[in-house]
Design a protein around this ligand. Structure first.
Ligand code: JHZ
Length: 412
């Protein structure tokens, strides 16, 4: 299954791309395997990162056909209290910002299992989900959330417009960075959005990624790693403006951004200059922060590998916690297999009984941890550290210890 190497920046089209990090080749990070699939050949894809020397968008050098990644998708945010609480506060904030009345039309791009939209539907909004994952679209429809199992494109936006009219709110949480043709998506958003509507997006913030050494969030699904500067350029090119922007803690540090049409009554937010200024101060418009990140990642990889080897030499038992996409990047990049981790525990039923892509580490339900009481647990879903360590307080009471890698290696 082919992938292709980009030849120009997906925002400014410049061909000057500086590749600063290669994580090697590895399988798509959400392609968990059933036992009978272990013997089959797995597809490995290059995972290399570059930064545009013109608009400074950090992005992957290779693109895997999205159908391979997203048609059958195993990430469900609603399995975590952290994300449920997060979506509740997001929906309340959006309803207030837009002064949404019953029957207002709200679209969610990358709607997953409909969790976020169900909060708008409860308030009698008209809702429509758009998500290419046929398995998740089915779940969403079962809970009464109309969902188109398709990728969001300008053409799809035209269909939605002709059928349901303009949208007051268009949401996109952890999906905009997954889109290859950002210009087509922007054209679709602009055409579908009401003139006084808002496009609300959330994405992991590249400054947090670089500063917290979050290399395991670099994977094939995430084509772009956004800072505000290149996004400002993208939206301005589509006659839109950033009217609100805030840092939020989810997924290792993200940004929530509100975008409106230039002709709307909203004003460009003054906070924008704070973000642009901070990105200048951190020299995101030079190669050094990316080269420094590369060196820190190499150092963290060696440190983690040596630490785990020392524990194994002392015959300690180690397991993983959270069969996440990022966890699959970490185990494949740091060469952590079943020689180190006996298994991984995870709360998601359809990951249990499966094996991780690449290293084929078996996945079991969470309750196995207390039963087995391994000496150490490598936290592969560090973005939920608070929630998971709280949940597993008895394991820690009994002497079990978590190994956490971000922002630096530590034992808790
Ligand atoms: P999870 C996600 O990636 C999804 P992933 C997506 N790729 C994205 O863009 C980034 O985040 C930002 C388990 N778990 O979802 C559930 C427990 O076992 O954080 C999950 O399998 N017990 C769209 O996949 C995994 O951890 C728990 O108590 O890297 C978390 O994976 C909790 C809270 C979670 O990240």
């Amino acid at each position: 299954m082919t992938n292709y190497r980009i030849t120009s920046c997906r925002i400014c089209k410049s061909s000057k791309l500086y590749e600063f990090l290669s994580l090697g080749s590895m399988p798509a990070p959400n392609k968990f395997l059933a036992k009978e699939e272990l013997r089959k050949k797995e597809h490995y894809y290059p995972l290399r990162v570059c930064v545009c020397q013109n608009c400074w968008l950090m992005q992957l050098s290779h693109v895997i056909p999205p159908k391979i990644l997203f048609r059958n998708y195993l990430y469900i945010p609603s399995t975590s209290e952290t994300m449920l609480t997060h979506f509740k506060s997001l929906s309340e904030e959006v309803m207030k910002a837009l002064a949404l009345k019953p029957k207002s039309f709200v679209v969610d791009i990358g709607s997953n299992d409909g969790t976020l939209l169900s909060l708008f539907k409860e308030k009698e909004m008209e809702t429509l989900g758009v998500d290419p994952a046929t398995n998740l679209a089915f779940v969403a429809r079962m809970r009464g959330i109309d969902t188109m199992d398709n990728f969001f494109t300008y053409t799809l936006a035209e269909k939605i417009l002709s059928h349901s009219g303009k949208a007051k709110g268009i949401l996109a949480t952890n999906v905009f960075a997954h889109i290859d043709d950002l210009h087509d998506a922007c054209r679709g958003v602009r055409m579908l959005l009401d003139n006084q509507g808002l496009f609300i997006l959330e994405f992991p913030y590249v400054l947090d990624l670089l500063e917290n050494n979050e290399f395991d969030t670099i994977y094939h699904e995430h084509l772009s790693y956004f800072s505000v500067t290149p996004l400002l350029r993208l939206f301005r090119e589509h006659d839109m403006k950033i009217v609100s922007i805030q840092s939020i803690p989810v997924h290792g540090g993200s940004v929530r951004m509100y975008v409106a049409k230039n002709r709307s009554h909203y004003k460009e937010t003054h906070v924008l200059s704070d973000f642009i200024e901070r990105e200048k101060v951190k020299h995101l418009d030079s190669n050094s922060p990316y080269d420094d990140f590369h060196h820190r990642v190499e150092k963290l990889k060696k440190e983690l590998a040596n630490h785990l080897k020392r524990l194994k030499k002392r015959e300690k038992r180690i397991v993983g916690y959270g069969a996440s996409a990022k966890g699959n990047i970490l185990t494949n990049y740091c060469n952590i297999g079943t020689d180190i981790l006996d298994y991984i525990v995870d709360s998601i039923p359809f990951k249990q009984g499966k094996y991780t892509p690449g290293k084929h580490i078996p996945i079991f339900p969470e309750n196995r941890l207390l039963r087995d009481m391994p000496d150490y647990t490598l936290l592969l879903a560090w973005n939920f550290a608070y929630e998971i360590l709280k949940k597993q307080w008895i394991y820690r009471e009994r002497g079990g210890r978590f190994i956490i890698t971000v922002p630096h290696l530590r034992i808790e």
